[in-house]
Design a protein around this ligand. Sequence first.
Ligand code: ZN
Length: 85
Amino acid sequence: MTTADYLSKRYPTTCPHCGKEIYATRNLGMLAGWFDTGLGTCPSCDMSCELEYDREKDILTAIDGERSKKINSLKTDRIKNNEIN
Ligand SMILES: [Zn+2]
């Protein structure tokens, strides 16, 4: 398998925020084996999710983790501030 094949492989998973099926790809950090998690944005609800790669099962799972929660709360704060202004 070439690097391009590896990166373009799409994994079906479910958005932890809206429950829609989304397709995730691994990023370069995962490819290099530095870490097994990444960050993605759901195209349906535009919320951030963390992606966890399971090497044994070769699956990617979208979860709402510490980093994505932080990003989503910043997004929500911005929306709130815009409403006030
Ligand atoms: Zn979503």
